[in-house]
Design a protein around this ligand. Structure first.
Ligand code: HEC
Ligand code: HEC
Ligand code: HEC
Ligand code: HEC
Ligand code: HEC
Ligand code: HEC
Ligand code: HEC
Ligand code: HEC
Length: 413
């Protein structure tokens, strides 16, 4: 080989390397300096250091199905389009992780979740449609008319921002719109690093939010035969069974997830918790949902994996009777309030007169509780926390209305 040809090949080689360097320097930092997910898998870089810094995170992660199937730290922590980035120990990670990161691998679950009331309607229940884009509002309105296109909640406005953020939002952020354009996060039911179905099937996980006098689902569940049986038998259950393989041998007793989400014995598993419902129980007067027939049929299909048709039909008929009776009692209470407004005895503002609080508790606590109790097997909630209170509070509302009228008459004289 001549000196000339060696010189030319060195020259071309150097030019190529330079060109590559120049092109590379124009690529975003994530692409050039980010060690790959394979690198993390091979070296365990994040885990190595975080085992010292935040050991709980690593321990939880190592117990997860993710760790077992080779999903690693960077698979979730890599910034997705629209997410704020952050330099971190030679890596670039997302400043915040949302449903969008999970959606990379779990699109089906995300799409089902988006259709449910856990998505946009949950956040709009507090802040109205203001935080959402026009497309997000339009999408949700197809499935839940009026649930997103509404004003901010009056009570939230009155209680103030910090009470709203640390109270309402802690539960309703399950459907919060994120800066990256996605909605919600998946960790409310799965946690961040354990990411498990076992956790999501545990009633207490739902009970983080579904509790208290206005939606006493967890209390009702613990009173029901199902809750009592679950408590004693959970140690024999296989709560880690894969979703598509779940049978009554794994879980002979239902939890919240079984009735509202799971694919028991080959049923379709769903992240749309709205799918199996037939009424809007949370409303003051509960009407049938547009999807009444299919919702109730789907819920009954779940019951029928463990029960017989006659028993289940009877159960639903009786629950519907409780619902009708509750509707008419609540209507009676509301009519008294409406009449006071027509007579000009109440201001148009909400929550500035004692009787308005009483009237709110009337349906929001006792009316709801009676209905929820009837549909989920909580006798004490139908009765003492429900119907008894409805009876007592109606008497109070009537007495207060009379008091307002006579005070008004006295003032006129
Ligand atoms: C050499 C040690 C080290 C390495 C490697 C490392 N971290 Fe960290 N990381 C830390 C320390 C220290 C903190 C801060 C802890 C604190 O604030 O108490 C932290 C914080 C974090 C936070 C919280 C950041 C915030 O500001 O909210 C995340 C998320 C995180 N690390 C993820 C990762 C991921 C993912 C990797 C691998 C790609 C990684 N870390 C690699 C040491 C490390
Ligand atoms: C299944 C997805 C997923 C995987 C895998 C994952 N993380 Fe996370 N991690 C999250 C989410 C979600 C958060 C919460 C971030 C937020 O709120 O913005 C988080 C938060 C953190 C935090 C902050 C914790 C705190 O409480 O302050 C650290 C540190 C962290 N991750 C480290 C790691 C390390 C190290 C690994 C691998 C051993 C890992 N993560 C794997 C999803 C994941
Ligand atoms: C890189 C892809 C990837 C990402 C990102 C990811 N997962 Fe997973 N996830 C998987 C794989 C793979 C499995 C195991 C599936 C299997 O075993 O068939 C899994 C399983 C699961 C399971 C079932 C666990 C069990 O106990 O059976 C849950 C729950 C889950 N992921 C939630 C999440 C959540 C929440 C996020 C976001 C915070 C997330 N995943 C992010 C790939 C991913
Ligand atoms: C982080 C809080 C939170 C957790 C955890 C949670 N939910 Fe919810 N859930 C809500 C909120 C808020 C709503 C009300 C949304 C609305 O109607 O505005 C709701 C509504 C519902 C509804 C009614 C949907 C409709 O169409 O009316 C069902 C059913 C439901 N959740 C079931 C569950 C189950 C089952 C679990 C556990 C696997 C669970 N939830 C866990 C906050 C939560
Ligand atoms: C402990 C968690 C939690 C807190 C705190 C909470 N909620 Fe809720 N909220 C729920 C759950 C769960 C439901 C669903 C009840 C049902 O469907 O039976 C719900 C239902 C609602 C509904 C009826 C559903 C709808 O879409 O119209 C409204 C409105 C609402 N909440 C607003 C608020 C406001 C405003 C606050 C604060 C002043 C608040 N919530 C505080 C958990 C909570
Ligand atoms: C309301 C609580 C709740 C929320 C929110 C939630 N999940 Fe789940 N998820 C569950 C339950 C319950 C199961 C198990 C159903 C069953 O019994 O098989 C599950 C199962 C899963 C599985 C396992 C599915 C399989 O076929 O093995 C994945 C993956 C998953 N969820 C991902 C997500 C993602 C991604 C999000 C966010 C978009 C999300 N989940 C939000 C409750 C929830
Ligand atoms: C045995 C099955 C079963 C179990 C277990 C169960 N539910 Fe339900 N749930 C129902 C039925 C049936 C309804 C009424 C459905 C309808 O609208 O027809 C209902 C209604 C609801 C609603 C009311 C939605 C609305 O319209 O306001 C919520 C929220 C809810 N359940 C959450 C839960 C939670 C949380 C748990 C666990 C603590 C739970 N459920 C346990 C069967 C069950
Ligand atoms: C995974 C199985 C399973 C599912 C699903 C299920 N149940 Fe049950 N349920 C049980 C078991 C087990 C018992 C206790 C029965 C016994 O002692 O033989 C029970 C008991 C009951 C009881 C109390 C009977 C008594 O002792 O007075 C009622 C009512 C009931 N279930 C209604 C329902 C309804 C309604 C649904 C659907 C919305 C449903 N169940 C879904 C397993 C299930």
């Amino acid at each position: 080989m001549s000196f000339k040809s060696i010189f030319i090949s060195i020259f071309i080689g150097t030019a190529l390397i330079l060109a590559a360097l120049i092109i590379n320097s124009r690529r975003p930092a994530v692409e050039t300096s980010q060690p790959t997910a394979e690198f993390i898998r091979a070296t365990g870089k994040c885990a190595e250091c975080h085992r010292r810094e935040t050991a709980a995170v690593v321990v939880e992660f190592e117990r997860s199905r993710h760790a077992a199937t080779g999903v690693n730290c960077l698979d979730c922590h890599t910034p997705q389009a629209g997410q704020q980035e952050m330099e971190h120990r030679g890596f670039v990670i997302a400043k915040e992780i949302t449903a969008k990161n999970c959606n990379q691998c779990h699109t089906t679950e995300y799409q089902q979740f988006l259709r449910s009331r856990h998505a946009a309607p949950a956040y709009a229940a507090v802040y109205g449609d203001e935080p959402f884009t026009a497309e997000q509002v339009e999408f949700a309105e197809q499935f839940h008319k009026g649930a997103v296109k509404r004003p901010a909640n009056a009570l939230a406005l009155l209680e103030g921002e910090i009470a709203t953020v640390k109270g309402c939002v802690s539960c309703h952020a399950v459907g919060k719109p994120n800066a990256d354009g996605s909605i919600g996060n998946c960790t409310q039911c799965h946690s961040r690093h354990l990411a498990s179905v076992e956790l999501a099937r545990n009633p207490q996980t739902c009970g983080q939010c579904h509790m208290g006098p206005d939606h006493s689902q967890i209390e009702i569940y613990y009173e029901s035969k199902h809750g009592v049986l679950y408590d004693i038998q959970k140690k024999y259950m296989n709560l880690r069974a894969r979703s598509k393989d779940l049978t009554v041998h794994d879980m002979p007793v239902p939890t919240c997830a079984t009735c509202h989400m799971s694919g028991l014995e080959g049923l379709k598993v769903t992240h749309d918790v709205t799918e199996r419902l037939s009424y809007w129980l949370f409303d003051p007067i509960s009407e049938k949902r547009p999807t009444y027939a299919q919702g109730q049929a789907q819920m009954k299909e779940v019951c029928l994996k463990c029960h017989t048709t006659n028993n289940i039909n009877k159960f639903f008929l009786e629950a519907e009777e409780v619902l009708k009776a509750t509707n008419s009692r609540v209507a009676e209470g509301q009519e008294i309030i409406n009449e006071l407004r027509r007579e000009g005895l109440l201001t148009p503002q909400p929550f500035d007169e004692p009787i308005e609080f009483l009237a709110f508790d009337f349906w929001h606590y006792y009316g709801r509780t009676a209905k929820h109790g009837a549909f989920m097997g909580g006798a004490d909630f139908v009765q003492w926390h429900g119907n008894y209170e409805l009876l007592a509070k109606l008497v109070e509302i009537k007495a207060m209305a009379e008091e307002l009228r006579s005070a008004h008459d006295r003032n006129k004289k």
